[in-house]
Design a protein around this ligand. Sequence first.
Ligand code: NDP
Ligand code: F7E
Length: 316
Amino acid sequence: MEKNKKIYVAGHRGMVGSAVCRVLENEGYTNIIGKTSKELDLRDSIAVKEFFEKEKPDVVIDAAARVGGILANNDYPYQFLMENMQIQNNLIDAALKQDIQKFIFLGSSCIYPKFAPQPLKEEYLLTDTLEPTNEWYAIAKITGVKACQAIRKQFGKDFVSLMPTNLYGTHDNFDLQTSHVLPAMIRKFHEAKLNGNTPVELWGSGTPMREFLFVDDMAKSVVFALENVLPEHLYNVGTGEDLTIKELAETIQKVVGHTGNIIWDSSKPDGTPRKLMDISKMHNLGWKHQIELQEGIEKTYAWFLENIENFKQVKL
Ligand SMILES: NC(=O)C1=CN([C@@H]2O[C@H](COP(=O)(O)OP(=O)(O)OC[C@H]3O[C@@H](n4cnc5c(N)ncnc54)[C@H](OP(=O)(O)O)[C@@H]3O)[C@@H](O)[C@H]2O)C=CC1
Ligand SMILES: C[C@H]1O[C@H](OP(=O)(O)OP(=O)(O)OC[C@H]2O[C@@H](n3cnc4c(=O)[nH]c(N)nc43)[C@H](O)[C@@H]2O)[C@@H](O)[C@@H](O)C1=O
């Protein structure tokens, strides 16, 4: 990919979008564009069409979405279904009509069935029912994957979908109602430590297993997909290793230095019991993560401390 190609990163201020911009800049790309949701509401099909006609990007990276943890997904099903479909439909359709050759769509590991065999292979898509806490978001993401696959099949364009495992890192969302588990734990343990090591309340049973990928590694997989023509339409992206939520809590507790108790609130949902990604397809092509969980948590906690006055808190 020539370094002066115009690359539109949708969601360029988000956790993933901002990391993608940083990696692109480090790699020498000179023509990266982005708009905030206030400047361009991607749910507005006319505004998106006009933006594409004016800007004529060469490449689109879709890192814009309504994103949240287990509770936000469960409590706001309409927003997670409808906003995500609107955003991705408008981007994908405008990209097709503007004859854009390369489009990278980001989905999520929750597209796979709740009780699929582990590790999750790409071909398990649509083989069984979804996890109820996030089926709305998952269905939206599945329609995005299928739209990109349909464009490849019908028009022969390089529209590809990457399915990230649970992500975390700098610029994460630290709102305790809407965030994912890892940033929530960092904030909860930190605040409890400052309050004299008071007990920390976590959700569910602690037994579900999750796989975590640091956002810089995710961004590098996006740039890898940009710079290579991937032969298939769908690729899992992760580390290939998971741990229980209880083990995650103990790891974060040590990094933060909290010495109080942990209480498990069983009124909150566990979600899917396990969703470990099979990442052999990406490995065979040459991409592999570089940052292990311990290092990634330390980097994220350091970033949280540096940004303690104004870290992001997404409200719904
Ligand atoms: N975080 C995770 O654990 C995972 C994320 N993913 C996927 O990765 C992608 C990026 O997620 P992540 O970076 O974590 O999410 P963030 O919430 O950090 O960023 C999402 C971005 O989307 C933009 N956006 C949301 N709604 C609109 C809208 N109506 N119009 C324009 N822009 C909008 C926001 O822009 P603005 O800031 O300007 O409002 C925001 O910057 C998403 O597709 C997500 O589904 C997949 C698996 C796991
Ligand atoms: C990326 C993925 O993220 C979402 O799925 P999820 O993995 O279930 O999300 P999560 O990170 O919020 O929780 C992981 C586990 O952790 C437990 N847990 C404990 N204590 C806290 C806690 O304090 N906050 C949160 N959020 N979870 C907690 C929680 O009960 C659950 O068992 C999808 O909706 C969807 O958006 C998606 O694709």
